[in-house]
Design a protein around this ligand. Structure first.
Ligand code: AMP
Ligand code: MG
Length: 434
């Protein structure tokens, strides 16, 4: 970033501060000739600018994991479908039990799971097994461990609560109730719930088609040999993996050289055949950065700076009606901006309701000073004692800072420092990767 340019553009209210050997603005919300957006504002812009672009299709349940539910699912049956025993034991009428001592009840019938139970007359107990239908008239089940089987009768100990150890029809989901809400990305337990309701097909949103480019003259596709000054393109492989996890179909656009005209042509073509164009690199203000300028030349820019670190330059816009997201080239910044901007965008376009990842608190094992006005994500390992230890190398290009850690510590905009022992809000990386 060009300090002179910054100094020209910033307002008089901004101060300069010397931090280690870098001269930085102490408040950079207004740097670069435009306000940095908070993540919340960026998410609101996404929601107001873009609509769902995915159709509805029906898929087999075993193909539905990770797909976006297109309709609310109303339970066609009660779950469980009938009242049954939660344990192996003896079904009784609670009113038949003495409260002041054990009750000896004659045994009357036996029901295994999957079989029909005969009604229970008053004054007797029936042998039942886990999942077996509760005989009509029985309301309580005593676990076999708490009973004494006397052959033709059973001794029930006192103290059991009425209704214990039974599972009432519809107690999980009542027939007609909404079991799952449209917009949900189906997780393995959702698949289990749908199967339990008797469904073998499910309406989902069609997959989004995403054309994915890397940009940069320095990039080489593995496994070709590297010449001087070149590096392997890692972002495209990583972003393709992130996209696939979200159910998108990746159309590989390859590597775009740092050429403004070619960039415009290729992005225009890609926009015409996709639901989203995703690029990495070339979104900063450098001379070799052409993606943002291309969006402005052939489409409209929605925003291009978000107040997060790593990640700040991220260009979102539209070309010929198709959304185009340009994440920064540094691999950690690419991953983090994809997670915080790309994920909600894909959810919006794909008809999914965006659920920000759950934050959990850990104890900070490190101290840090930060700039006011931006959210910082520090790569950490949360250890078995719940202490978040900072990964020692934290540049935006350090790929191992995402492979050798398990969480991001999130330092909010309004904070300027964190001390050892402070509670710190963290997001598990596994949740961030979709
Ligand atoms: P840029 O955002 O284009 O200015 O790139 C920032 C840094 O990320 C530079 O060091 C680039 O070499 C690097 N970079 C850009 N694209 C990729 C990529 N696809 N894979 C790995 N590194 C990249
Ligand atoms: Mg570049």
């Amino acid at each position: 970033m060009d300090l002179q340019r910054r100094q020209l553009i910033i307002g008089p209210a901004n101060r300069l501060r010397r931090e280690s050997n870098l001269t930085q603005l102490s408040e950079d919300r207004f740097a670069f000739g435009g306000q940095l957006l908070s993540l919340e504002v960026a998410h609101a812009r996404i929601a107001e600018t873009f609509d769902c672009r995915a159709d509805v299709e029906t898929v087999a349940l075993h193909d539905a994991v990770g797909r976006v539910l297109a309709r609310d699912i109303l339970a066609p049956i009660d779950l469980p479908p009938f009242t049954n025993s939660a344990v192996d034991g003896y079904a009784v009428r609670h009113a038949d039990l003495r409260s002041d001592g054990p009750t000896l009840l004659p045994l009357h019938g036996k029901t295994f799971a999957g079989h029909v139970a005969a009604a229970l007359p008053p004054g007797v107990a029936a042998r039942v097994f886990t999942g077996a239908m509760l005989p009509a008239g029985a309301d309580t089940v005593q676990m076999q461990e708490d009973c004494e089987d006397r052959g033709d009768g059973v001794l029930i100990r006192p103290g059991i609560a009425p209704g214990a150890n039974r599972r009432v029809a519809g107690e999980d989901v009542e027939r007609g109730a909404r079991a799952l809400e449209q917009g949900r990305r189906l997780m393995p337990p959702d698949i289990g719930l749908l199967a339990a309701l008797g469904l073998d097909r499910v309406p989902v949103r069609s997959r989004l088609r995403v054309v994915l480019f890397s940009t940069g003259d320095e990039l080489v596709e593995p496994p070709a040999d590297l010449a001087a000054g070149q590096i392997y393109d890692s972002n495209r492989a990583m972003l393709a993996a992130l996209l696939s996890r979200l159910g998108a179909v990746v159309d590989d656009g390859g590597i775009l050289p740092d050429d403004p005209d070619l960039t415009q042509d290729r992005l225009r073509d890609a926009a015409a055949r996709s639901d989203l164009v995703l690029t990495s690199g070339g979104v900063s203000a450098g001379e070799g950065d052409h993606v943002r300028a291309a969006i402005e030349a052939i489409g409209e820019l929605t925003f291009w700076r978000v107040a997060i670190k790593p990640g700040r330059p991220v260009a979102l816009g539209r070309v010929g009606g198709t959304p185009l997201l340009g994440v920064p080239g540094n691999p950690v910044a690419a991953q983090i901006t994809f997670s915080w901007i790309g994920r909600p965008l894909l959810d919006r376009l794909g008809g999914a309701s965006y659920q920000p990842p759950v934050r959990l608190f850990a104890k900070s094992g490190f101290a840090l000073r930060k700039k006011l006005g931006r959210r910082e994500y520090v790569r950490v390992v949360i250890d078995a004692k719940g202490v978040a230890q900072r990964y020692p190398k934290d540049g935006a290009g350090i790929l191992t800072s995402l492979t050798h850690t398990n969480a991001l510590a999130e330092l909010p905009e309004e904070s300027t420092q964190l001390s050892v022992g402070d509670p710190v809000s963290c997001i598990a990386l596994a949740l961030l990767h979709g």
